[in-house]
Design a protein around this ligand. Structure first.
Ligand SMILES: *Cc1c(COP(=O)(O)O)cnc(C)c1O
Length: 344
């Protein structure tokens, strides 16, 4: 997993949990009640992580957002410069917002923190980017990265990950939030011998071994990232041809793992997805949080290839017609053109 997180300095802890558990582990191992953190309303998952922090008595400076952009690096710098007494203990970002299809520029967030000369920890949710969008733990100076098994790692749900820097491990020695199940300290010694302080999700660990070998050894991470970018770009070619609007408003922040698409106003996303499901047995992603009713999502991550993408987009195009959405035909043609000309 160190290779997947692209870390050699850091340590990776594996919990038998969903991603939310790994979110919680990041907080309870590093923070104390009443600590201040900086978080961003990038979408549904940024909002949920904020709620989790509030539940632990953390004071969250929650920067509002329009759910169409990622974490603004310039806002990170401004907020940290304003914090003359260095009260902010962590900057917490979702790398890939699964609700919006927007990928935040974590390297630039790091640069902003460095320019502000601020000692806060950098924590990043990589649940829907890990193993599908380039994520560089050491190079970007991330202190805690949060991962889960059921997105780009192609496994069933049930493993939660924390990739942890030395600085974060040090912070965990003085952090005062109570913890037991999630404690990194309890993990360190048994992990050295390949053991865990309690029963791990053994069967998933065997699956993880296979996932890592597929991603890192057989295909290679760079090729995996390129394949995802290519499928994302092909999907956007279809969306453009249809004349529909992407949720992601900044081309620098397009997601490689999923694409969120607005339906024209007056067309309900949930009813549309029902048509697609009933007619083609194709399950699209729902509109989450503030995007409920307005946008649907196409996932193109994990074990996925050109034909699967073409099939998916055929199902969407036929359903747009069936649902009488005003759109232009030719999305699937644009995709075939793109995929035919841009061989991986
Ligand atoms: C799926 C997801 C989560 C939540 O993970 P669970 O495994 O459902 O707890 C958190 N953040 C992001 C970005 C996600 O995609």
């Amino acid at each position: 997993m160190k290779r997947v997180f692209q870390t050699s300095q850091g340590q990776v802890f594996i919990f038998p949990s969903s991603g939310t558990g790994a979110w919680e582990a990041a907080i309870v191992n590093t923070l104390s009640p009443g600590d201040r953190v900086l978080m961003f309303e990038t979408g549904h998952f940024g909002t949920l992580w904020q709620k989790l922090a509030l539940n632990f008595g953390i004071i969250v400076d929650f920067v509002p957002g329009d759910w169409r952009h990622g974490v603004p690096p310039e806002a990170v710098e401004a907020r940290l410069r304003d914090d003359a007494r260095k009260e902010i203990k962590a900057v917490m970002c979702v790398h890939n917002e699964t609700s919006t299809g927007v990928t935040s520029r974590i390297a630039e967030v790091r640069q902003s923190m460095d320019r502000a000369g601020h000692p806060a920890l950098l924590m990043v949710d990589t649940i829907s980017s890990l193993g599908s969008i380039d994520y560089r733990h050491d190079e970007w100076g991330v202190d805690v990265a949060i991962g889960g098994s059921q997105k780009g790692l192609m496994l069933p749900p049930g493993l939660g990950f924390n990739a942890v820097s030395q600085k974060a491990l040090e912070a965990s020695r003085t952090a005062r939030l109570p913890r037991s199940f999630w404690s990194w300290t309890e993990m360190v010694e048994p992990n050295k011998q390949g053991f865990f302080p309690y029963t791990p999700a053994t069967n998933l660990l065997f699956g993880l071994r296979e996932a890592i070998s597929m991603l890192v050894e057989e295909e290679g991470l760079d090729a995996v990232f390129k394949r995802h970018q290519r499928h994302a770009e092909a999907t956007r070619a279809a969306v453009n041809a249809w004349g529909l609007e992407l949720v992601c408003a900044d081309p620098h922040e397009y997601s490689g793992s999923l694409t969120a698409i607005f339906l024209p106003s007056g067309f309900d996303e949930a009813a549309f997805r029902n048509v697609v499901l009933e007619k083609f047995n194709l399950s699209l992603g729902s509109g989450l949080g503030k995007l409920k009713g307005r946008a649907f999502r196409i996932g193109h991550l994990g074990d996925f290839n050109d034909l699967m993408l073409c099939g998916t987009l055929c199902g969407v195009e036929m359903s747009l017609a069936e649902f009488r959405v005003p759109f232009k035909k030719g999305g699937v043609d644009a995709v075939m053109e793109y995929l035919g000309g841009a061989r991986s």
